[in-house]
Design a binder for this molecule. Structure first.
Ligand code: ADP
Length: 387
C-alpha cells in the first residue's frame, strides 16, 4: 500500500459519491491517489472530482464486486452496501477498511444495541419487535408504556426510520424494529475517532448538535461542545472502548445523548466520515477526511487540535423547493468574515435536501453562531423557476 502511495499509483475505491465521497476524494487527490467511485446517480457530487466514475447500485452484489476488483483498497461513505459482495472481495484479498464485519454490525441498529450491552457501553434501554402486532400486544399487556422511540433496524437515515410514539394515535413503523426508552435529552454531542492498523487511535474534539424538530436534521453544530472536561473525557473513553471493541480501522463517528440527569448514552455510530465532522476541513489541523486516509493506509494519525471555535450549518433545500437548484444570496453570505461555503453540486433541490454547508470560524462560539445565522439567512436554496 505504502509502496503504491509513494509511487503515486495507488487506486482507492469509494463506495457512494455523495458529498462525503466527494470530500474524501478531493482529499485523496492531494496525495496523488487515483480515485474510483461507485454510485447509481450519474450526476452525483463525487463524479466530477473522481478519476473514474462507475455507475452502479451499491446494494447489488455484482456492481460492488466488479467495482472492488478494480482497486487496491476499498472504503465507503454510506452504510447501505451489499455485505456479501464486500465479504467475497475480502476473501479474494481486496483490502476493505473499515472491515465488512464492522459494517454488517452497524447496518443493523439491533446488533449495535446488543454490542453496547455486551461491552457495557451506556445506551438507552431497548427491546426488539418483529412487527407492529407484537408492539401492540406489549402495550396491551403493560410490558411497554408510552412514550417510547421506535427505530427500524435497517435502512433508516437522517431521522427517517425513527418515530416518537406518544400515544395510541402515533403511527408505528412497519417491520423489524427496536423500541427504546425516550431519553430526556439535555444535549446531543458527537465524537469522531480514528484508528489505524497499528492500534493507535485519536479523537476529534466533541461537537454539539442542535436538531430541527420538524425535519430531524441537524440545525446547527458547534465545536468545542459546551460540556465539562469530565464529560469530554467520558465521551472520549467510550469512543476508544467502541473502536477497540469493534477492532475497527478507519473513522468512526459516535453520536451521544447527555440526559438531564447528566448521564452520557451512546445513540448510534457511523463507520465513515460524518456530517458532524464537516467543520474539521477548516477548523482542525487534520480534517476528518485526511484522518480517514491516514487510518486506512496505516499512516501516523494527524493532530486533531482545534484551530478556532467553529459553527457548521447545513444548507438545506427550502421547504417548498423542487427542481433545478438556485443558490440565492451567495455573494451576500461571503461578505461575512470567516464564512466558508461548501456546495455539493447536486443539480436538483428538494425540500430539506442537504445541498451544502457553511462553516464559520470566529474567536468565540457566540460570534461564530451569530455570523453563521446571518450567512444562512443571506443564502436561500431554492428552485430556479422560483427565482
Ligand atoms: P438516524 O439514524 O436517522 O440519524 P437517530 O437514531 O440518530 O436516527 O435519531 C434521530 C433523532 O431522534 C436523534 O438525533 C434524537 O434527536 C431523536 N432520538 C433518537 N432516539 C431517541 C431516544 N431514545 N430518546 C429521545 N430522542 C431520541
Amino acid at each position: 500500500m505504502i509502496e503504491k502511495l509513494s509511487k503515486a499509483t495507488l487506486k482507492l475505491g469509494v463506495i457512494a459519491g455523495g458529498q462525503l465521497g466527494k470530500m474524501l476524494i478531493q482529499e485523496a487527490s492531494k496525495w496523488g491517489i487515483s480515485t474510483y467511485v461507485l454510485d447509481p446517480d450519474n450526476s452525483c457530487p463525487a463524479r466530477d472530482v473522481s478519476s473514474v466514475y462507475i455507475q452502479g447500485d451499491y446494494t447489488d452484489f455484482d456492481a460492488v464486486y466488479e467495482f472492488g476488483k478494480q482497486v487496491d483498497i476499498l472504503t465507503y461513505e454510506i452504510e447501505n452496501i451489499n455485505i456479501e459482495a464486500l465479504r467475497q472481495l475480502k476473501s479474494e484479498g481486496i483490502k476493505i477498511e473499515p472491515d465488512p464485519d464492522v459494517l454488517a454490525l452497524i447496518q443493523d441498529k439491533g446488533y449495535q444495541k446488543t454490542f453496547y450491552e455486551d461491552k457495557d457501553i451506556p445506551t438507552s434501554a431497548f427491546s426488539f419487535y418483529e412487527n407492529t402486532e407484537q408492539i401492540h400486544e406489549a402495550i396491551d399487556s403493560g410490558a411497554l408504556q408510552y412514550p417510547f422511540v421506535q427505530k427500524v433496524r435497517k435502512g433508516g437515515y437522517d431521522g427517517q426510520g425513527v418515530a416518537l410514539i406518544h400515544s395510541v394515535e402515533s403511527s408505528l413503523l412497519e417491520g423489524d424494529s427496536i423500541v427504546e426508552s425516550l431519553v430526556d435529552i439535555d444535549k446531543e454531542i458527537a465524537v469522531t475517532i480514528a484508528r489505524n492498523a497499528d492500534g493507535d487511535s485519536r479523537c476529534f474534539p466533541a461537537v454539539e448538535m442542535r436538531f430541527n424538530p420538524q425535519s430531524n436534521l441537524v440545525e446547527d453544530l458547534f465545536c468545542p461542545a459546551d460540556i465539562s472536561k469530565d464529560m469530554t473525557k467520558k465521551a472520549e473513553s467510550i469512543a476508544v472502548q467502541i473502536i477497540e471493541g469493534l477492532d475497527m480501522i478507519g473513522l468512526l463517528a459516535i453520536e451521544f445523548f447527555i440526559d438531564k440527569a447528566g448521564n452520557i448514552l451512546v445513540n448510534e455510530i457511523a463507520p465513515r466520515p460524518h456530517n458532524s465532522g464537516h467543520h474539521t476541513i477548516e477548523s482542525v489541523v487534520t480534517s476528518q477526511l485526511e484522518q480517514q486516509l491516514r487510518a486506512i493506509f496505516n499512516l501516523p494519525l494527524g493532530s486533531t487540535k482545534l484551530k478556532m471555535p467553529t459553527v457548521m450549518l447545513n444548507l438545506l433545500g427550502d421547504p417548498d423547493a423542487e427542481g433545478e437548484v438556485y443558490y440565492d444570496g451567495f455573494e451576500k453570505a461571503l461578505e461575512i468574515e470567516g464564512v466558508k461555503i461548501h456546495i455539493y453540486g447536486k443539480k436538483i433541490v428538494r425540500p430539506h435536501r442537504k445541498m451544502g454547508h457553511i462553516t464559520v470560524l470566529a474567536d468565540s462560539i457566540e460570534e461564530a453562531l451569530s455570523k453563521a445565522k446571518k450567512a444562512k439567512s443571506s443564502i436561500k436554496v431554492i428552485a430556479c423557476h422560483k427565482k
